[in-house]
Design a protein around this ligand. Structure first.
Ligand SMILES: [Zn+2]
Length: 93
């Protein structure tokens, strides 16, 4: 992908500044920035910068973070639900 294509991809994603990022992981380390932008979409179809450590698309990471945060609440909900059910079953006896 050439520079112009990358710039166009950044603009159509609504972030023209992404074109200023390095286009490779190695470039990100060299320039000492935490992200790089290839201009290509990730396997999930996001056109977004990738992190220099691991090369994960930042959009995928955000989604994953959100799911991770959701999990403890769901577990707490299940615990409360099971406890309540257990209590009710005991009372019925
Ligand atoms: Zn992604």
């Amino acid at each position: 992908m050439d520079k112009l294509e990358r710039q166009r991809a950044a603009e159509s994603a609504g972030h023209p500044e992404w074109a200023e990022l390095p286009d490779t992981m190695g470039g990100a380390w060299r320039e000492d920035v935490t992200q790089y932008f290839t201009g290509r979409s990730c396997p999930h179809g996001h056109v977004a910068p990738k992190t220099r450590s691991g090369g994960q698309c930042i959009e995928c990471r955000r989604i994953k973070d959100r799911e991770y945060r959701k999990t403890p609440q769901q577990m707490q909900y299940m615990r409360d639900y099971m406890r309540e059910r257990y209590r009710r079953e005991r009372e019925q006896r």
